[in-house]
Design a protein around this ligand. Structure first.
Ligand code: FAD
Length: 405
């Protein structure tokens, strides 16, 4: 039996950040083990070389610049001068055109007739008419943007990405979406320029020479033999905190999906019931060698006759790259002879009742000396910068170093 102070399950951004932060806080590296099922670290943020250039195998990944603490941490492994800075160009394909995202801030880019159609839609929306906000996501879409925009854009796009009817999704996460008021939309049409809050990644960083995965690969290498790859969670003895019959720890930190715990441990029935309510959307990432004639870094595709929901034009952000890759909910993918990467756990789905179920799971875990972190430990649609920020805070909490400075 190998005894450790901390055992971290999963070497994605969350697990890697936590391991390094614990070491930084004075925990000896030998006191930490990170168990990872894949051959390299990085999780959804891994990259591979395809057709002579990097391809991010978990989908398009860009580093947001908003959190200084996160950037300081990441630049320790890949200094700032190894990153290129971009002003985000993201497009939506609608009515045979490409306009900038978010739609409500960029209706002015359509011909006047189309602007009128979509303005009419928003003018008739429930939020403009003072109706109370509904609780399901599908109803919220119509309430926010009106019937026409819901039917042409938001409902089909969301059916594609989640592989679930938007009726089954809650609205508690919508603060993450760009919020543009009707007044701002009107003004943007009149003045012919975008208005309102811009979405995440207004500017972003991407490695100059590599894919996004390089920084997480380096973090894994820097852990030396504290990182054990090719080691999937198989069994957990909850009482003794022993994993796979081999590693024992005072604290287990899990960044792997809770659904993996169903097979591995004898969970109380109430926890099993909660875990079984959690839903994830799988995605396939497919490489296409043709280079598209568009300035876009990524483009949203709501048309349901096209399987993918987003195209990533790597020729516009990765060095010496041609072609693009697409992200398709795996339940909609067609068989291919091309290069494809499958990600079973890509998006945690924000189903109704999820926050309460996750809170109960985490509460139970705490009583067993287990902490859940990251995209799957919290079952939250968090970006990698948020995952890093959370792991930095968890390290402070675990080592008693208190609140953020
Ligand atoms: C399509 C897409 C686009 C995205 N775009 C961006 C973006 O532009 N910018 C951004 O910052 N973020 C983006 N993200 C989010 C980003 O991928 C996550 O925030 C980040 O990967 C979360 O890190 P994590 O460590 O919590 O989870 P993960 O990266 O999922 O890591 C979990 C780790 O656990 C391992 N694991 C799983 N099961 C087991 C098991 N049974 N045993 C052992 N190990 C296991 C996995 O192999 C993985 O290494 C995107 C995500 C997707 C899906």
């Amino acid at each position: 039996m190998i005894q450790k102070k901390y055992m971290i399950l999963g070497a994605g951004p969350s697990g890697l950040t936590l391991a390094h932060s614990l070491i930084e806080a004075g925990i000896a590296r030998e006191e930490i083990v990170v168990l990872e099922k894949e051959a390299i670290s990085g999780g959804l943020c891994r990259s591979e070389e395809v057709d002579g250039a990097p391809l991010d195998i978990g989908g398009g990944h860009f580093l947001d610049l908003r959190r200084k603490e996160v950037l300081d941490f990441i630049f320790r492994f890949m200094p700032r001068d190894e990153w290129a800075l971009f002003d985000r160009v993201s497009k939506i394909r609608l009515r045979g055109m490409e306009v900038d995202h978010p739609l409500e801030a960029n209706l002015w880019q359509f011909p006047v007739e189309v602007q009128a159609d979509y303005l009419e839609s928003i003018a008739q929306a429930g939020c403009v008419r003072g109706e109370p906000m509904p609780e399901s996501f599908a109803a919220w879409i119509e309430w926010k943007l009106g019937q026409r925009i819901a039917q042409e854009y938001m409902l089909p796009y969301n059916r594609k990405i989640w592989s679930m009817h938007p009726d089954a999704l809650g609205t508690y996460w919508l603060y993450k979406l760009p919020d543009v008021s009707f007044r701002e939309t009107l003004l943007s049409c009149l003045e012919g320029k975008p208005m309102g809050a811009l979405p995440a990644h207004g500017t972003f960083l991407y490695p100059k020479e590599f894919g996004y995965g390089e920084v997480w690969r380096r973090m894994g290498v820097a852990l030396g033999d504290s990182l054990v790859t090719g080691c999937a969670l198989q069994s957990v003895d909850l009482e003794n905190r022993v994993v796979n019959g081999r590693w024992k720890a005072e604290t287990i930190v899990s960044s792997v999906p809770w659904t993996c715990w169903l097979e591995a441990a004898k969970l109380p029935q109430a926890v099993v019931d909660d875990v079984r309510t959690l839903r994830n959307a799988p995605i396939d990432v497919d490489y296409v060698p043709d280079t598209l004639d568009s300035p876009s870094h990524w483009t949203y595709e709501p048309d349901e006759s096209v399987p993918y929901h987003r195209a990533l034009l790597r020729s516009n952000f990765a060095k010496n790259a041609k072609g693009y890759w697409t992200e398709t909910n795996a339940t909609r993918s067609k068989p291919t002879d091309g290069v494809r990467f499958h990600n079973e756990y890509a998006y945690p789905i924000n189903t109704l009742g999820k926050p309460e179920a996750v809170a109960r799971i985490l509460q139970w875990a705490k009583t067993c000396g287990i902490v859940g972190i990251g995209r799957w430990g919290r079952w939250e649609h968090m970006n990698s910068d948020v995952a890093v920020a959370e792991a930095l805070q968890v390290a402070r909490d675990l080592t008693g170093q208190g609140a953020r400075a």
